[in-house]
Design a protein around this ligand. Sequence first.
Ligand code: KG4
Ligand code: ZN
Length: 343
Amino acid sequence: MIILSIETSCDETSCALVKDGREVLSNVISSQAALFEKYGGVVPEIASRKHVEYIIPVIDEALKKAGITINDVDAVAVTKGPGLVGALLTGISAAKGIAASMDVPLIGVNHLEGHIASNYLEHSELEPPFICLLVSGGHTHILEVKDYTDICILGRTRDDAAGEAFDKIARAIGLGYPGGPKLDKAAAGGNPDAYELPVTRFRDNPYDFSFSGLKTAVLNIINNEKQKGNEINVPDISASFQATVAGTLVRNTMEAMEAEGFDSLAVAGGVAANSGLRHLLSKECKNRGYKLFFPPMILCTDNAAMIGAAAYYRYIQGEIDDYSLDANPSLRIGYPQKTVDNK
Ligand code: KG4
Ligand code: ZN
């Protein structure tokens, strides 16, 4: 089954052709990141207009790269949320147009389920159940993936998402946008022990995260240095911040794996590209004999191939949408676990 999938939830216009939920025939991504550098972040109105401009050329290129025509497409999938409403609507409109004109099923996909599914494209052996650490610009979750479409939330951030924290700190130390990858690069030359930074834990759920205290602590250090007329040591502050975020993500995830009795971990979302997180997770999983799955770099950040993979598993459960499909900017993933042991 060949699914044509479309992703336009933020600032990447992307179209992919995916076979049977596991094989990428093509995955074209047109990123607007360079355009938004001068604004220091995504401007939703501009992003929507750029999606309108790029969507048809991106679809054409994806078909060309896959070596197929629109007549070979069995279904159309599209991100329905979460994301920027105007951006989502451009992708949804394009998907509806193709589905209606070709008379093929339309499948609306949760962007976060897509991030998890990016791992299926790279690791043919990966099947649920497993634990997923989902770390993106807007979400930070520890999930129990019970089945392809049955997902339970073990832990989540109570304030900032990990990617959001990376972006805010990067901006504060003058690294610009997109912050995560720039901070990752800056951290490479720094000392992760240069600053001792706070870590928040919750008694009522040991798997939950909070990054706002950490963010404030780093901002205070930057302000104090500025007031003293000192230069900020960008590599050191970047390395210390990155090590603290990675340490927190890994600690909670390892605790969840052990307590819930899992030995397979998949990582997903833009922050899965972070070198500090990848390094620490690899080390800790190796020590414990856990199997660790990362998507390749290109599938960590937003792309349509992951949407095609997630759509396949929705489709085989008989879940298709009609033409009333609408964007849901605050769509959530999973359902809460009823009880989490207090530690
Ligand atoms: O998954 P994604 O592409 O979009 C959302 O669904 O949010 O994630 C984007 C986030 C941004 O916050 C970006 O700064 C972060 O992922 N990110 C990184 C790295 N690459 C992307 N954060 C840390 N290190 C990276 N190498
Ligand atoms: Zn994303």
